[in-house]
Ligand binder design. Structure first.
Ligand code: ADP
Length: 239
């Protein structure tokens, strides 16, 4: 078997503008891969193509050796967490987590079982009857993460999920996500423009510049042996 997730010569254009340019990328099962690069380098577009919300202009995407390029999002078994994780204010934590399963008409008993299990995984069970306004920012972010876990996915896609949090909470959530990754054996693709976040969290980092991979390597190698001037300068920047 090849890589768990593979982008094969994927290009994405919006009109005449090429935002992802002949991308080849392989991700192993259980890997924590960060897509790192400045704003506008194509990271979100890559995640959207993997999630199924955008189609490549050309090229293929494989999951466990199966082409998924044209599969709709709900058939990909991937959980997605965005920065602007809107929770429904009038629903409790448990209802927020149950909502996507209700939309898919999963039977009630199965919903209860999966919601309880997912809340337990992120240690939110004690807060399940609260409304979002009664939670801290970090707890709200954990609810958003639980909403992705409730599908019991193999893969979690995260787009700047900690961008809205203050520094202390951000560092705490970084540890929690790492811990979850290890405990559940998840494959995580994590979009960030924050070098230090990518360096501390990832197994490997893919550094993007204008829709192309400049380097894909372990954090140590990217830091110690940047292969291009762009990588050296981008990694060297402080926030
Ligand atoms: P990043 O996540 O690295 O900030 P994006 O993937 O969001 O980069 O965007 C890459 C480029 O594609 C940007 O120039 C952006 O303006 C453009 N872009 C993204 N989505 C669309 C869209 N739906 N229509 C037109 N242009 C888009």
């Amino acid at each position: 078997m090849g890589a768990f997730i593979a982008f094969q010569d994927v290009t994405k254009k919006f009109g005449a503008v090429t935002v992802v340019d002949h991308l080849g990328l392989e991700i192993s099962k259980g890997e924590f891969l960060s897509l790192l690069g400045p704003s506008g380098s194509g990271k979100t577009t890559i995640l959207m193509m993997l999630a199924g919300f955008e189609r490549p202009t050309s090229g293929s995407i494989l999951l466990a050796d199966r082409p998924i390029t044209h599969l709709p999002p709900h058939r990909r078994q991937m959980g997605v967490v965005f920065q602007n994780y809107a929770l429904f204010p009038h629903m409790t934590v448990a209802e927020n987590v149950a909502f996507p399963l209700e939309m898919q008409r999963v039977p009630r008993a199965e919903i209860t079982r999966r919601v309880d299990r997912a809340l337990d995984m992120v240690r939110l069970s004690a807060l399940k009857d609260r409304k979002p306004s009664q939670l801290s920012g970090g707890q709200q972010q954990r609810v958003a993460l639980t909403r992705a876990l409730v599908f019991e996915p193999d893969v979690i896609l995260m787009d700047e999920p900690l961008g809205a949090l203050d520094k202390q909470l951000r560092e705490h959530m970084q540890l929690e996500i790492r811990d979850l990754h290890r405990r559940l054996g998840l494959t995580i693709v994590f979009v960030t423009h924050d070098q230090s976040e990518a360096l501390t969290m990832s197994d490997r980092i893919a550094v993007f510049n204008a829709g192309k991979v400049e380097q894909i390597d372990t954090p140590q190698a990217v830091y110690d042996r940047p292969r291009t001037r762009f990588v050296a300068e981008f990694i060297g920047e402080t926030n």
